[in-house]
Design a protein around this ligand. Sequence first.
Ligand SMILES: NC(=O)c1ccc[n+]([C@@H]2O[C@H](COP(=O)([O-])OP(=O)(O)OC[C@H]3O[C@@H](n4cnc5c(N)ncnc54)[C@H](OP(=O)(O)O)[C@@H]3O)[C@@H](O)[C@H]2O)c1
Length: 322
Amino acid sequence: MRAVQMTAAGGPDVLVPADLPDPRPGSGELLVDVAVAGVNYIDTYHRRGVYPVDLPLVPGQEGAGRVAALGGGDTGGFAVGDRVVWANIPGGYAERAVVPVEAAVAIPDAISDDVAVGAYLQGMTAHFLVSDCAPVGPGDTVLVHAAAGGVGLLLTQLATARGARVLGTVSTAEKAELVRAAGAAEVLRSGDDLAARVRDLTGGTGVAVAFDGVGRDTFDASLASLRRRGMLVLFGAASGPVPPVDPQRLNRAGSVYLTRPTLHHYVATREELTARAAAVFAAVADGSLQVRIGHRYPLEQAARAHDDLEGRRTTGKVLLVP
Ligand SMILES: NC(=O)c1ccc[n+]([C@@H]2O[C@H](COP(=O)([O-])OP(=O)(O)OC[C@H]3O[C@@H](n4cnc5c(N)ncnc54)[C@H](OP(=O)(O)O)[C@@H]3O)[C@@H](O)[C@H]2O)c1
């Protein structure tokens, strides 16, 4: 099969197209013909070695496609030909992938493979952030960094739908338009005086929650933007990891809370996974959650996809097509 493989950590050029043997499903696993693979920021952490991985690796944590074969044992009720989506399983940048049945979720008929992937890892992330990690609602003003990104556009919509007032940050005018269309009340350019501008827009109070997937470059501004007893939800590090934090800073910022959540812990059981996926797909199907497929690259151009994602040139979901 055609795949993308990395044999060393490094820049985008370590993502090399390769002909590899088809993976073989074991007991409790599915072999899937990959229709579309999702590109997520975590793939760049794996590629750079920020999160260590075993090499050689076929990267990619997410995809959608049709079941081509069953590995035996527990089939999870899946049959050959079923359309499934999965996340948090390596090996997505390929024509075929092996997916444990407990990680596979059936794609509703009304939802295309592209949209299923666009709504899946990033949609479930946005969903757990606003509904479980830091539940937001009417009366809350929240800050969403990188609001035109894959997670950001979905988070902006879900927070707005729950009645929150969203202040979104972006780096360009084109991204600002997308974020306004997603429901943000205000769009701010990332920059030095961000916390002061957030104070201005909240009558000096600050935001109830800062959703920060940017990390190193925005952490201080996020902390300084919080209202008394607000919450900083640090859920990623697109600009680099945040250095160690002195807990006393949380006191000085107004007895605020800091959490560093990951999707894995919010879809830890089969029941949690299927319920969260169903909630996101229902919102997509009824039109209340719009999925923007910003970019589709041929599988062979995985390096270019990473370069564009890290270069802040993408909006919405980035896909690879085998
Ligand atoms: N915790 C979890 O479970 C979980 C799950 C999914 C994703 N995440 C995290 O969520 C974040 C967003 O992921 P995504 O896949 O949706 O990516 P994305 O938001 O589509 O892309 C990253 C965005 O971050 C912004 N950014 C600001 N400073 C940057 C810098 N120095 N370098 C690169 N980008 C910068 C850019 O938007 P502007 O140019 O508009 O600033 C860029 O478009 C990532 O940190 C990811 O790790 C976490």
